[in-house]
Design a protein around this ligand. Sequence first.
Ligand code: 6PG
Length: 478
Amino acid sequence: MADLECDIGIVGAGTMGGNFALNMVDHGFSVAVYDADADKALSLVRSKEAGGRLRAGRTLEEFTALLRRPRSILLLVPAGKPVDEVMEALVPGLDKSDLIIDGGNSHYTDTNRREKEMAMSGILFMGMGISGGAYGARHGPSLMPGGPRKAYDRIQGILEACAAHVNRDPCVAYLGSGSAGHYVKMVHNGIEYGLMQLISETYDIMKRGLGMSPDELAEIYSGWNAGELDSYLLEITEKIFQFKDEKDPKLVLVDLILDQARQKGTGKWTSWDAMDLQVPTPNVDVAVMMRNLSGYLDERKQGSEALHGPGGGFEGNRSELIENLRKSLYIGMITSYAQGFDLLRQASRKYQYGLSLETVARIWRGGCIIQSALLEPIRAAFLSSPDLKNLMLDRNFSREINSRQAALRTVVKTAVDLGLPAPGFSASLSYIDSFRSAWLPANLIQAQRDYFGSHTYERKDMPGKFLHTEWRKKEEET
Ligand code: 6PG
């Protein structure tokens, strides 16, 4: 009987659940699936791809009875209420030491709460970020698990076999306690927002500034992706510009898509938490802001008539500008990763995750949306200095930034001259300029706060002392 019991169960036979189940059986694991829509689970089990290797429970009772004990159950249902609902229904049929893994994009505070609730009934709970979409789930995602170490040890074999691999290294590792996994996934998505915004700015400058066609854009992105910018996001960008519309193959689909970017919220969560922890993540912040602004369709339509700015295209050296854009994107990518890793470093301290940034960089090298060639040198930087305060302070990265800085300045100036918004590039540049400023004008802000609100200030020559000045007294005396 024991050999009929499954190694793992998956709740949710949708795109992610179905593909992950097939990935697991391909690697020789026995898998049971359950879906509230029993027909969905059954059609997955009967599909050609499953080849009779999957089992399904029509009810939760049937499903849990199919699993080897202690049971391991991966939830692949939408984040938020559905996770709580599934757990509520599932838990009464579970035993102590059974394990639930939430593989959705759950908010990390929900993960903390669920882990505590489960611990009261002796059930192990893990939050695991999964990146790579449907393709990743099927062929190898990047997996970001956190929670009790002994829970990870139990499923390590399955996760390592099914994750993406880079140089035979699996893109999965135990990240830390509590909600470490979901926190790392949230920051992954924040970086994803930042990178997508930067790429969209290069598109805008090349489309509206240089009047380039989709074919020309595809060629540029393909060339960029073949060099130091090698990344999943550029790879799909090239393909998007080649993708013809089915109704009218003379057009590319992207030109027919509404210019309003939606969001499920993980980028916004990253910005929120960064603000709470007082960690600057301007690339993520502007990316969220621009998605919000893209939704102002009516306002932008009116604004396009009411507000004036420079018009016309770029009249300088086109290939020089394209090369500057390439170099700027490289710096922008570095600053996006630098901000994300800084947030992880600070969050790890605050929430006691015990994160290894080198490990995070290692498991992001493949399978996930933000995978890129840059993650190898990022990994090397954190390997040689685990306490590195910021990626830009690593000698190799500061050299990379310094050698391309003029290009970024030119791109920002060009965008300003052309009247094209480039907040991602501006944010990257200001981030760098602020980091290289041993002095910033924040002393004035301190003085103003003390002036109008008696909020006190610190003097350079009296560190640690908080002083207040009666600023108005002098005015009154004169
Ligand atoms: C991934 C993606 C994935 C999903 C995002 C989209 O790593 O595979 O990030 O998690 O596509 O949730 O996020 P938005 O809807 O917020 O853009």
